[in-house]
Design a protein around this ligand. Structure first.
Ligand code: AMP
Ligand code: ZN
Length: 423
């Protein structure tokens, strides 16, 4: 498998750290609202990665976190905690809010045939792991306390700018979303909070050696990924928005303590755009899977729509494009065994190899779909269902059950004629 590594900005051959075992960590949802279809695009990309690793014969340990505390409105420690904001919006207890949207997220995952990671871990269940890691960071000299907040001292970590190729002198002046307003005593604009003890009215609080309070957002991913996958693991994923702040901070927090390379391959999914604007929950500019279902469109059509674009390309959402995807998927469901053009085993093997090469080239889902459409072989489509997960078999059976025998005969005759180019 070739995969594009954000760390080196090149496509590389994938070689796991340990034989055929793959440790995979993906940043999960902040459960203060429904996931929008942009978030879901990222989870579909990660599911395709997982499934492609499995089809290649690897044993995958996939870990995903649930953020239920500490994620502020801005990824750079600014504004209100998103969970508190959500609880106020809905007049709900904050723990109830977390439960509600975790369940909603799982339901979305199921509707999109996204496989459950082996480990799903909530931040609030791992506060002690975070406290331990923060203590190690402070002990190693990378943390300082200012105004009852424990900060990570980015100036002490010389590699800080490398991953995202940041221009630090630009960031010092407050550019790049690293606001410093209200953060008294913070030494540098890129420093970030590990622990807050400055908000006694925050709805979630834990005792810690640094005072009663709650963790910053970034520390949960370092603490939980290393807890379940070890100090160094194979692949870490997320949306591209995570490169300059969240993942940059994860690397700093982890490597300053372990002295080891945190992650071997970093993979990032591009954004789903809505009429040329990025979709975001805070701007209210968002569509959920329920919006799709309410229009009478099967959510799996959205999965197919996402697979039509490469994960590293921006994808524009429109209802017209989704309808076009629906028609494309219907053509797949209409394929029949009797008229399968790949009857010869040698031809089938060659077609299979071509399709496999497409997906193994940095998850080339558009190329894979194009190969499958070109051959128009239902056997070949079904062979890639472990990755595509488009409910092809089930839909075909439903269609067959709904059609009278004489129509099925006609469909089969028409497919046969089409294959023989008898228009
Ligand atoms: P959040 O629930 O806000 O923490 O985001 C969950 C995941 O969705 C993260 O990996 C983000 O990078 C990703 N994400 C956020 N917005 C978009 C978007 N418009 N398109 C694709 N992925 C996104
Ligand atoms: Zn994360």
């Amino acid at each position: 498998m070739q995969i594009y590594n954000t760390l080196t900005r090149t496509k590389e051959e994938f070689v796991p750290i340990q034989n055929d075992h793959v440790g995979l960590y993906c940043c999960g949802p902040t459960v203060y609202n429904f996931a929008h279809i942009g978030n879901l695009r990222t989870y579909i990309f990660e599911d395709v990665l997982r499934r492609t690793l499995l089809l290649n014969g690897y044993n995958v340990k996939h870990v995903m976190n649930i953020t239920d505390v500490g994620h502020l409105e801005s990824d750079a420690d600014d504004g209100e905690d998103k969970m508190e904001q959500g609880a106020r919006r809905e007049g709900l207890d904050i723990w109830e809010l977390a439960k509600r949207y975790e369940a909603a997220w799982m339901a979305d995952m199921d509707l999109l045939n996204i496989q459950r990671p082996e480990v799903i871990c909530r931040a609030t269940d791992h506060v002690n792991d975070m406290i331990d890691l923060i203590a190690k960071i402070v002990e190693a000299g990378y943390g300082y306390i200012a105004n009852d907040v424990v900060y990570f001292d980015t100036a002490r970590f010389p590699k800080y700018a490398d991953f995202a190729r940041l221009n630090l002198s630009g960031l010092q002046t407050g550019a790049g979303g690293r606001a410093t307003a209200g953060e008294i005593g913070k030494r540098s604009a890129t420093d970030f909070a590990l622990w807050f003890s400055n908000k006694p009215r925050h709805l979630m609080q834990w005792d810690s050696p640094f005072g009663r309070g709650y963790p910053g957002w970034h520390i949960e991913c370092s603490a939980m990924s290393m807890k379940y996958l070890g100090k160094s693991f194979d692949i870490h994923c997320g949306g591209i928005d995570h490169i300059p702040v969240h993942h940059t901070n994860e690397i700093a927090q982890s490597e300053c303590v372990t002295g080891q390379q945190f992650v071997k391959y970093w993979m990032h999914g591009e954004f789903l755009l809505l009429e040329s604007d990025k979709m975001s929950k805070s701007s209210g500019n968002f569509i959920t899977l329920k919006t799709v279902a309410d229009k009478g469109i099967d959510p799996i059509v959205y999965r197919y729509f996402v697979l039509q674009a490469h994960y590293r390309s921006e994808l524009k959402f429109s209802w017209d494009n989704l309808e076009a995807a629906q028609n494309g998927l219907r053509r797949v469901y209409a394929l029949r065994d009797e008229s399968d053009p790949l009857k010869d085993d040698k031809e089938y093997e060659a077609a299979y190899a071509k399709a496999f090469a497409a997906i193994n080239d940095d998850l080339g889902t558009p190329q894979l779909l194009s190969v499958l459409h070109t051959f128009g072989s239902i056997r070949l489509w079904l062979a890639f269902e472990p990755i595509l997960a488009l409910n092809i078999q089930q839909k075909r059976e439903n269609i067959d059950a709904a059609l009278p025998e004489e129509v099925l005969v006609l469909v089969s005759q028409r497919n046969e004629a089409r294959n023989n180019k008898q228009w």
